[in-house]
Design a protein around this ligand. Structure first.
Ligand SMILES: Cc1cc2nc3c(=O)[nH]c(=O)nc-3n(C[C@H](O)[C@H](O)[C@H](O)COP(=O)(O)O)c2cc1C
Length: 187
C-alpha cells in the first residue's frame, strides 16, 4: 500500500481479534512511531507493549481503579472493566514523558507523542492490521499513571489496540477538506 492510500483510507477498527501483530510488525510499528516530528529532539515518547497474558496487568489496573471509585462494584462491572484490556490481542500504551520548564512547551511534547501514535495507526493500516486509538478518563488519572510507571506531569496519550479486524471495515466518511478551510481574517 502506498503512503497516500494509507493516509487517506485509514479507518479505526474497534473490533479486533487474533492474530495480533507479529514481533516483526510490532517492531515496524514502533520504528514508524519514533519517526514522528519532535521539537527539540526531546524524544518524549514511551511505549508499553502488552501482549497475551501481559494484558491482564492492565486489566488489574482497570479493576483496581474501578474499585477505588466504586468499592461496591459487582462482579459483572469488574469483569466488564477487565474485558476492556482484553479486547484486542495487543495494546500499546503511549505515554508522553515530558520535560517541564523547557523552551519546548509541554503541549508540543504531548503533540509529538500524538504524532507518534498516528504513525502507528497509519503503519498498522498499511500492514493490513486493525487499530483503534482510545484514551478515556483512565488516561488522566494520576494513580493510573503511577501504576504505569509515570509521574503526574506525564500524559497518557493513548491506548492503541491492535489486531486483525473482526468485521469488515466501516466505510470512509463522505467528506472533503473544503469545509475545514478558513480565510485569514483581514485587518
Ligand atoms: C486522542 C484520542 C483519543 C480517543 N479516545 C477514544 C476513546 O477513548 N474511545 C473511543 O471510542 N474513541 C476514541 N477516539 C476516537 C477513535 O480513535 C476514532 O478516531 C474515531 O472513532 C473515529 O474513527 P476513524 O478514526 O475511523 O475516523 C480517540 C481519538 C483520539 C485522537
Amino acid at each position: 500500500m502506498d503512503t497516500l492510500t494509507a493516509l487517506t483510507q485509514r479507518v479505526s477498527v474497534p473490533r479486533l481479534t487474533d492474530p495480533g501483530p507479529s514481533d516483526d510488525q510490532l517492531r515496524r510499528l514502533l520504528e514508524a512511531a519514533i519517526r514522528a516530528p519532535d521539537h527539540g529532539m526531546l524524544r518524549p515518547w514511551r511505549f508499553i507493549v502488552l501482549r497475551g497474558e501481559e494484558r491482564q496487568r492492565l486489566a488489574d489496573i482497570m479493576e483496581w481503579r474501578l474499585l477505588k471509585r466504586q468499592p461496591d462494584a459487582d462482579q459483572g462491572a469488574r469483569d466488564n472493566i477487565r474485558g476492556k484490556a482484553l479486547r484486542a490481542p495487543v495494546i500499546i500504551v503511549a505515554v508522553a514523558e515530558v520535560t517541564e520548564n523547557h523552551k519546548v512547551p509541554v503541549w508540543e511534547q504531548v503533540l509529538a507523542v500524538g504524532a507518534a501514535v498516528q504513525n502507528i495507526m497509519i503503519a498498522a493500516h498499511a500492514m493490513d492490521l486493525g487499530a483503534m486509538w482510545r484514551t478515556g478518563d483512565l488516561a488522566n488519572d494520576e494513580s493510573v499513571k503511577a501504576r504505569l510507571g509515570f509521574a503526574d506531569k506525564d500524559q497518557v496519550v493513548g491506548f492503541v489496540y491492535l489486531g486483525t479486524p473482526a468485521a469488515p471495515s466501516k466505510s470512509l466518511p463522505d467528506e472533503t477538506p473544503d469545509v475545514f478551510l478558513r480565510e485569514l481574517p483581514r485587518g
